[in-house]
Design a protein around this ligand. Structure first.
Ligand SMILES: C[S@@+](CC[C@H](N)C(=O)[O-])C[C@H]1O[C@@H](n2cnc3c(N)ncnc32)[C@H](O)[C@@H]1O
Length: 180
């Protein structure tokens, strides 16, 4: 079973990444999600976005040829990747151990997902981890979920995974699958 959202996300990656070519890490941070994807398939191409130059520089310094670390907002992903996207991952909120005032913003996240829904392949997944345990994360989860609730069920499956017996608004995960 899963004991936290990280093991759940890892399990989703294990199902999807071996069959993927183009993957987007929408919140690169310290690069853990990108490195986990690469471990599952070393022939994928990963486009990783972060608005913090320090995060991007750190990943660039690793000199991994499959990871294109881009110092830009995820909303501009289509400047760098055309289409044919198999997998995209968002890990919302602020960078652990970093500047807590630099967080994702729900308006930008919603507009990015809107654009992504047209750019991903059929069968592609978008995985989003939410952190409603703090005020801005709670606002973000309420607003993004409200948007996800509106997606056409004939074109997208949208699943929410949450720990219903954990206290203090634990993190949860949503997965969008394009079916048509
Ligand atoms: C929770 S952290 C991500 C952790 C990361 N996935 C890892 O494995 O270390 C969220 C990251 O999103 C970044 N971020 C915030 N707004 C962004 C935006 N509009 N576009 C891209 N990255 C953004 C922050 O700078 C921060 O590094």
């Amino acid at each position: 079973m899963y004991d936290n959202t990280k093991s759940l996300v890892k399990n989703i990656m294990e199902m999807k990444i071996p069959k993927s070519n183009i993957c987007l890490d929408m919140t690169l941070g310290n690069g853990n999600d990108s490195l986990n994807m690469l471990e599952l398939n070393n022939s994928i191409k990963i486009y990783g976005f972060d608005i913090q130059k320090s995060c991007v520089d750190k990943i660039k310094a690793l000199n991994i040829e499959n990871i294109y670390a881009i110092n830009d907002s995820h909303i501009n992903f289509d400047k760098y990747v055309d289409s044919d996207i198999d997998f995209a991952i968002f890990n919302l909120g602020y960078l652990p151990g970093g500047d807590k005032s630099i967080t994702t913003d729900y308006d930008t996240v919603i507009h990015t997902i809107e654009k992504l829904l047209c750019a991903i392949k059929i069968d592609a997944l978008i995985v989003i981890t939410f952190y409603p345990g703090h005020k801005s994360g709670l606002d973000e989860s309420i607003n993004v979920l409200e948007y996800l609730n509106t997606l056409d069920q004939k074109r997208y499956n949208v699943v929410k995974y949450e720990f219903v017996n954990q206290i203090n608004n634990p993190p949860f995960v949503c997965v969008i699958e394009r079916i048509k």
